[in-house]
Ligand binder design. Structure first.
Ligand SMILES: Cc1ncc(COP(=O)(O)O)c(C=O)c1O
Length: 431
């Protein structure tokens, strides 16, 4: 197996040792990964959900232990719940440089997006127009807007990708039929399938030029580098804490002035103002406590236990992982019959997430075979259904996807490569 292009993890020239230490420190506080290590397991399924870090687990348990309450309860537990929600919102505002945004929690990204989609469609002033998405999207950033707007006769236009780089095609936005107006532009900050990080700024400029709402799906990007919202200027940024070492909580950051005028569907007695009006029913307060703890513990890895610290740590981890992924993509490509999608262009940036196929072995069989080696990957279309169709892998079971997370070690990467080369070799020997 060729080792050409393989960059030893966290020891790349010029890379600060602190980055190496960050990944190792993160690993040390991730119990499931340590348990896996003792069994010879390697987790490459971070894109479908990272393992939770100990402080997040502890905080979730701690709130449950000390007492749970609804927000308005006149009790110590009620006060604690108020504090948990307010501090989680504040840390997230710091993490995303989002002073102009309110933070709403929900079951997951998809539920929040549907709630927003219905509220946005409701205020669209006419029948007709266009919602613009890209072919890179997870369905959670397409159907959630397209379906509510379709009720108002709004069509959906999809920006295509370049065949080789899988980045958004040049001039794609210029070719959109904007007759009837553009209602909403949605783009992912990183594709959860092939890793591409498209140019969010071009989507922003198109949205602003057409007075459209601008939504960024940050679910896959956040664990590798949270967007700076003061800079990217979306109306809405969505993400999910279970993708960045926390519990299952969806997060929506919404521009405050937009939220003020929004009328989401909600039960009548629920608050009419602030992020609470989007949060249907009682929230998962214990998980929100875990989310806050995850953010602070991430920042704490670099001595700054705060949203601002978490932001820097995730960026630092993402940078290293992206470099390792560049070498890994080359190594995967050198295996007979392995076809890697994207990751072969210096000008395009990719999250450390690689989708590939193996000639003659369906993705789910590759996944099961790797599992026998203690290597856990994910297979399928990952709800990136339009891209799977566009690239012709939908009928053959999609892709095999490997995702690097901050806690991925060099040994994990070596185990993946060794195991996959055996899986591919076994197949060749049988053929
Ligand atoms: C890029 C992207 N967007 C949206 C989602 C949906 O997130 P959730 O599971 O929080 O609804 C996912 C989940 O995998 C994703 O990867």
């Amino acid at each position: 197996m060729s080792r050409k292009g393989f960059t030893p993890r966290r020891t790349a020239p010029g890379r600060a040792m602190t980055d190496e230490a960050l990944g190792a420190r993160l690993r040390k506080i991730t119990p499931a990964v340590l348990r896996g290590e003792s069994r010879g397991w390697s987790y490459f399924d971070g894109p479908s959900g990272t393992q939770m870090i100990e402080p997040a687990i502890a905080a979730t348990a701690e709130l449950s232990r000390t007492g749970l309450a609804n927000r308005s309860n006149p009790s110590p537990a009620g006060d604690e719940t108020e504090y948990v929600v307010a501090s989680a919102r504040a840390e997230l505002q710091a993490m995303f440089h989002a002073d102009a945004y309110d933070v709403a929690f929900g079951q997951n990204m998809t539920s929040l997006a549907f709630a927003l989609g219905h509220a946005f469609a409701r205020r669209w002033p006419r029948d007709g127009g266009t919602v613009v998405v890209t072919v890179l999207e997870h369905s959670g950033n397409v159907d959630t807007w397209a379906q509510p707007f379709a009720e108002r006769g709004v069509r959906t236009a999809t920006i295509d990708v370049d065949d080789r780089t899988l980045d958004l095609e040049a001039g794609g936005y210029d070719r959109v039929d904007t007759g009837g107006g553009v209602a909403l532009v949605a783009v992912t900050a990183a594709a959860n399938s092939v890793g591409v990080k498209p140019d969010v700024a071009s989507a922003h400029d198109f949205a602003r030029a057409h007075d459209a709402l601008f939504v960024v799906d940050g679910v896959h990007a956040t664990p590798h580098g949270p967007l700076d919202l003061a800079d990217a200027d979306p109306d809405v940024y969505l993400c999910s804490a279970y993708k960045f070492y926390g519990p299952h909580v969806g997060i929506a950051l919404i521009k405050r002035d937009l939220l003020d005028e929004l009328r989401p569907f909600k039960v009548v007695p629920a608050p009419d103002s602030g992020p609470d009006k989007l949060e249907t029913g009682t929230q998962n307060h214990e998980a929100i406590a875990g989310l806050s703890a995850a953010v602070c513990a991430l920042g704490g890895l670099a001595g700054r236990p705060s949203g601002e610290g978490a932001r820097d740590v995730l960026h630092a981890l993402g940078e290293v992982d992206e470099e390792v992924a560049r070498g890994l993509a080359e190594d995967l490509r050198s295996l007979a019959g392995v076809r890697v999608f994207g990751h072969e262009d210096d000008k395009t940036t990719y999250a450390p997430t690689i989708a590939f196929t193996v000639d003659g072995i369906p993705p789910d069989e590759v996944g099961v075979a790797l599992r026998r080696h203690g290597v856990f990957v994910t297979t399928g279309d990952f709800y990136a259904t339009r891209l799977a169709r566009r690239l012709g892998v939908d009928a053959s079971g999609g892709w095999v996807r490997v995702g690097l997370s901050g806690y991925t070690s060099r040994e994990d990467v070596d185990r993946l490569l060794g195991s996959l080369s055996r899986v591919v070799g076994d197949r060749a020997a049988r053929a």
